[in-house]
Design a protein around this ligand. Structure first.
Ligand code: SAH
Length: 697
């Protein structure tokens, strides 16, 4: 069987559909999966084991046989825990075939083949009866089907079905219940991910302020969850306006309803401020009494308990439809609405004289419609991109450099997706400003948004959006004028890895015939930088687990390793490193440069060398990022922002993902007197726009 995989081609900026063998998809799935992270999640594993033991013994105490249904068995871990705890039989359901196969092997290797039956089906396809997949209904329901938003992986419909068809009434469930918690906060940093703030430009002829159109101000944004490692958000970046409140609970031992519903709680702000964001996380009680509790609460909620790092469950940031000023002590209602797979929030002020009696009425009045972007900006810009556009110090760098290169007779072309550079260039006095937004042409036509944007700022007819791809640009698009200043951030929405934004270079090459002989290109060049790091935690997601709670899961480790080495080429992967602390073990090193004043060469750009390890630590991998040299003396980094030298603590650009290449073996470097080096080879293939790399430790 063949599958089609969508991938952006970094040399054309557009999506291409490649036919791939069946294996490709599944190797990608395994290689980038969260299985390793889950197996390393000690806190989760220990508590599941405790909860399972307790459930089995409750059933046994009642004199019943313990029959377990484990939905989404993955490696078979939870079923093996149940079998060890004395369960009489386990039905381990797994829909993903490669995982079901792995579970069979792992169960066999651990000696549980007679107690555990692995069934490669979606749970809703499982049959019960003498000829069915299961002989009888189970009396213990074990699952781990949760994502950061709790219900995003379809836990509710799966439970609903299981209670109807697969388990007995009054069954035990591990976990027994889940509770979702919320806290109302004000945070300029996070609010910057949802709306565009006015952009201030100091032009020759005075101060200009670029304002977003009103449609954007009141737009509810996107329904998709924003999940982050909230523990990396310093407390100085937000202010809590309420206590932590229980929003809703789900009891998994009783029939579960997945149909859309709302939950409402009353809040009294502990502080006056601007309500913008609802932070949310959940916990699960593994037993009915709630003694065995596994919590995703962030650092400020449980300051005394040790935090378990995990990437498969983080915390959620929900953006209120609009900012709401709130006063300490006033009565507020926060409503959570959910459908089968997602949750969203609204905030209401309690009306004068309102009491509990018309509670139901109030609840019904709440709009249950899921947020949909009406202004189109949320389709054009994703959350980190909003953050980037709102980053004033970054904008200042672009303004400074534009001011250096623009002249009153400049004919300027901007090639970047959803960029504000054309507006800046206009304010800074360019005679003619035009722009091309390559990826957006394939994905979405943002004309209406730009028109609203230009209208709000009286910029109609000042900036021309050329609706074509750079390769198809004709002299008539440019009114037969040559371009004297070519600018780009560069930023393209289809880019996955940092160097994919080198599409700017390809676009620059494609428009060569339209460039004046003395053209200025901004950025004039880019460079790829690299550093060897020790991660505080991120290493777990790609590191073998071996034995998990006494069970041998090496088969899974091997499987991940095979998938990572599929086609013998390991790849770098994108991660936003502000969420994943690391310390540098080497100096940052420039490894490749790309000269935008020239066209993309025919030949590959290769380099090799070695980088010295300067600090003691475990080298987990190399981090790579791009820096753009806007002019000779102004550069912006999409990676490392600061390095504090004694400890090697790194500060990363908070709006960008960096590339991480995990080493397959980790070396521990010793003291400085005996510096070890890591050798590298890198090859930028100008035909594909990809960078292949290899490291020797
Ligand atoms: N139980 C394992 C793995 C959890 S990951 C552990 O705790 O370590 C969740 C797994 O459930 C994934 O492998 C996914 O493929 C599977 N899954 C999710 N919903 C399912 C369903 N309704 N039926 C069968 N498998 C499901």
């Amino acid at each position: 069987m063949k599958t089609f995989c969508g991938r952006a081609n970094p040399t054309t900026g557009s999506m291409e559909w490649l036919e791939e063998g069946e294996d490709y998809d599944y190797h990608q799935e395994i290689a980038r999966s969260r299985y390793a992270d889950m197996l390393h999640d000690k806190d989760r594993n220990v508590k599941y084991y405790q909860g399972i033991r307790a459930a089995v013994s409750r059933v046994k105490q009642r004199g019943e046989k313990a029959i377990v249904l484990d939905i989404g068995t993955g490696t078979g871990l939870l079923s093996m825990m149940a079998a060890s705890a004395g369960a009489d039989f386990c039905y381990a359901i797994e829909v993903f075939k490669p995982m079901a196969n792995a579970a069979v092997k792992i169960v066999e290797k651990n000696g549980f083949s007679d107690k555990i039956k692995v069934i490669n089906k979606h749970s809703t396809e499982v049959t019960v009866g003498p000829d069915g997949d299961m002989q009888c209904r189970a009396n213990i329901l074990v699952t781990e089907l949760f994502d950061t938003e709790l219900i995003g992986e379809g836990a509710l419909p799966t439970y609903e079905h299981a209670h109807k068809y697969l388990v007995q009434e009054g069954c035990e469930a591990v976990p027994h219940r889940a509770t979702v918690y919320v806290q109302l906060v004000e945070s300029r940093r996070m609010w910057c991910w949802k709306k565009l703030f006015p952009v201030h430009v100091e032009a020759e002829d005075g101060k200009k302020i670029l304002i977003p159109p009103s449609e954007m101000e009141n737009c509810p944004g996107l329904p998709s969850v924003c999940d982050i490692q909230l523990n990396q958000m310093p407390s100085s970046d937000f202010s809590t306006l309420s206590d932590v409140v229980k929003m809703f609970s789900v009891d998994f031992s009783k029939p579960v309803q997945s149909a859309s519903t709302c939950y409402r709680v009353q809040l009294e702000p502990v502080k006056s401020g601007k309500a913008q964001i609802v932070l949310s996380w959940w916990d699960i009680d593994m037993d009915p009494s709630g003694i065995i509790n596994c919590s995703m609460a962030p650092y400020w909620v449980k300051p005394t308990s040790a935090l378990q790092w995990r990437d498969h469950w983080m915390q959620c940031v929900y953006f209120l439809p609009r900012e709401e000023p709130v006063v300490q002590g006033e009565k507020l209602y926060l409503t959570a609405c959910r459908d089968e797979y997602s949750v969203w929030y609204t905030l209401q002020k309690a009306r004068e004289g309102e009491n509990g009696a018309d509670e139901e009425e109030q609840k019904a009045a709440v709009c249950v419609e899921s947020p949909v972007c009406r202004c189109r900006a949320h389709l054009l810009w994703n959350r980190p991109r909003f953050g980037e556009l709102n980053d004033q110090s970054r904008t200042r760098q672009y303004i400074r450099s534009l001011r250096k290169v623009l002249k009153t007779d400049s004919v300027c072309l901007c090639i970047s997706d959803g960029s504000l550079l054309p507006v800046l260039a206009h304010y800074l006095g360019a005679k003619k400003v035009q722009c091309v937004q390559p990826s957006r042409i394939d994905l979405y036509h943002p004309q209406e948004l730009w028109q609203a944007f230009f209208k709000a700022n009286n910029l109609e007819d000042k900036i021309k959006i050329i609706e074509t791809r750079p390769e198809l640009l004709k002299p008539s698009h440019l009114e037969d004028k040559k371009i004297s200043v070519l600018v780009g951030e560069p930023f393209f929405t289809t880019s996955l890895l940092p160097w994919h934004n080198l599409y700017f270079w390809y676009a620059r090459t494609a428009v060569s015939s339209h460039l004046a002989s003395n053209v200025t290109v901004l950025p004039q060049s880019a460079s790829l930088h690299m550093m060897i790091v020790e991660f505080q935690d991120l290493w777990r997601i790609r590191s073998p687990c071996g034995i998990c709670e006494g069970f041998d899961v090496q088969t899974m480790d091997d499987m991940i390793k095979d998938s990572l080495n599929f086609r013998e080429s390991k790849e770098a992967e994108p991660h936003p490193l502000w969420e994943y602390p690391c310390k540098s073990l080497s100096e940052p090193q420039e490894v490749l440069t790309f000269d935008f004043t020239k066209t993309v060469p025919e030949h590959c750009l290769s380099t090799e060398g070695s980088v010295k390890l300067l600090r003691k630590g475990k080298s987990h991998g190399a981090v790579l990022w791009m820096e753009y040299h806007l002019t000779a003396d102004i550069s912006v980094s999409t990676g490392l922002m600061q390095l504090s030298n004694e400890k090697g603590n790194c500060e990363w650009n908070p709006h960008c993902k960096q590339a991480v290449y995990f080493f397959s073996s980790v070396i521990e470097s010793e003291i400085l007197s005996d510096p070890t080096a890591v050798e590298y080879v890198m090859n930028f293939d100008t035909k594909t726009g990809e960078i292949a790399m290899d490291f020797k430790l």
